[in-house]
Ligand binder design. Structure first.
Ligand SMILES: CC(=O)N[C@H]1[C@H]([C@H](O)[C@H](O)CO)O[C@](OP(=O)(O)OC[C@H]2O[C@@H](n3ccc(N)nc3=O)[C@H](O)[C@@H]2O)(C(=O)O)C[C@@H]1O
Ligand SMILES: CC(=O)N[C@@H]1[C@@H](O[C@@H]2O[C@H](CO)[C@H](O)[C@H](O)[C@H]2O)[C@H](O)[C@@H](CO)O[C@H]1O
Length: 367
């Protein structure tokens, strides 16, 4: 039987002949197969790299694995340059923000009626009378222990889950000023978050029921007022007047054992510039829409005005699709709990990244 010559063999026939003919390097199918097997390996290697990168990325975004990705934090004190945070702050907030007092003062509402363009939480317009009564029974000074520092090293401790198992407590305690937020506990979490609290920002609904447990005797308890009722609450507490239960979205403490000398009222100007300069939020919003910065972002804004060096820790929310990840280092709640809060956490992440990139703040945890 005559076999057709190679030249006249059809593609189908050649394939059917299989290995008998394609062993010759001159054979075009040898080249083709060689080429395909080479690019096959290349593709496989590329896919493998891609899978490794994807697994690494998703693991590194999971808070429960974050401890594996910590970069070592130096136990040594970082050099502090006087006025450095101010320089950085002026790039973000402009030059005039330094002229603003950190805490509201009676003289600005009693002798001179400081006009405010905005209502709470961005200004004091319409709440002056209530505010006046509060300022008459509280103080506005920055404690001598902070005032006398040559260079103020501050850390703002966010309430994020990534502080869990961070072992950052010792590092946090070494800062001159430790700023904490809301009812975030220290008792039982000292190893991860430290025990020193120089300043705590809070509002009535976020006040811990026993301020003595989670604070130091000299902690400054700084009220962030969001509505006129917040001034009313602090007045009734400090002057032991009849408590009002209505007007809060969550029942605040009715008895609050605190020394009035520890209380300060945060200047709403910082809320205004955090909203405007960091998040580009509209300051005058229709009543129903209530977009506002988180208390943590507000605290970073405040720190950039009060301190010379600003570090942060415990900031960063899970990705929006991550429905099960707990958000706090101390309790089991998820992003769902923030649904009606008026915060845009992805926009805040962009703002924080910007501050990190420009060197205005430095992060002790993963972001
Ligand atoms: C359910 C609920 O009320 N959640 C709000 C709580 C709550 O009112 C208080 O914890 C008191 O219970 O308060 C908020 O914030 P919260 O008290 O959760 O956290 C304080 C600040 O830490 C930063 N943070 C927190 C968790 C996380 N995973 N990443 C973070 O970066 C944020 O900057 C945050 O502001 C608030 O005041 O901003 C914002 C939250 O929306
Ligand atoms: C949990 C929640 O969504 N509460 C909202 C409340 O938002 C919280 O307001 C605080 C100030 O009072 C603070 O900004 C906190 O970060 C917010 O989560 C709204 O202000 C309130 C408006 O009526 O509605 C509550 O359900």
């Amino acid at each position: 039987m005559l076999y057709p010559t190679n030249a006249s063999v059809s593609l189908g026939q050649q394939v059917a002949r299989g290995s008998r003919d394609d062993t010759s390097p001159q054979e075009p199918f040898y080249l083709l197969r060689n080429m395909t097997s080479k690019s096959h390996w290349k593709l496989l290697a590329l896919a493998l790299v891609l899978v490794v990168v994807m697994v690494w990325y998703s693991i590194s975004r999971e808070d429960r694995y974050i401890e594996f990705f910590y970069f070592p934090v130096s136990e040594k004190k970082e050099p502090c340059f006087q006025g450095e945070a101010e320089r950085q702050a002026s790039k973000i907030f402009g030059n005039h923000s330094r002229e603003q007092p950190i805490f509201l003062q009676l003289k600005d509402y009693f002798w001179v009626k400081t006009p405010s363009a905005y209502e709470l939480p961005f200004g004091t317009k319409g709440s002056e009378d209530l505010l006046l009564r509060v300022l008459a029974i509280t103080s506005y000074s920055i404690p001598e222990s902070i005032q006398s520092l040559e260079c103020r090293r501050c850390v703002v401790v966010g309430n994020g889950h990534r502080l869990k198992n961070s072992s950052l407590g010792g590092v946090i305690n070494k800062y001159d000023v430790v700023i904490r937020l809301n009812n975030a506990p220290v008792a039982g979490y000292e190893g991860d978050v430290g025990s020193k609290t120089t300043i705590r920002l809070f509002y009535p609904e976020s006040a811990h029921f026993d301020p003595k447990i989670e604070n130091n005797p000299d902690t400054l308890l700084v009220l962030v007022a969001f509505k006129a009722m917040d001034f009313h609450w602090i007045e009734t507490i400090l002057s032991d007047k009849k408590r009002v239960r209505k007007g809060f979205w969550k029942q605040p403490p009715l008895i609050w054992d605190v020394n009035p000398k520890q209380i300060r009222i945060l200047n709403p100007f910082f809320m205004e510039i955090a909203a405007d300069k960091l998040l580009s939020l509209p300051i005058q919003q229709p009543r129903k829409i209530k977009q506002k910065p988180t208390t943590g972002l507000l605290a970073i804004t405040l720190a950039l005005h009060l301190c010379d060096l600003v570090h942060i820790a415990g900031f960063g929310y899970p990705d929006a699709y991550n429905k099960k990840q707990t958000i706090h280092y101390y309790e089991q709640i998820t992003l769902k709990s923030m649904a009606g809060s008026g915060h845009n956490v992805s926009q805040e992440a962009v703002a924080i990244k910007r501050m990190l990139e420009m060197g205005a703040v430095k992060n002790l945890t993963y972001f």
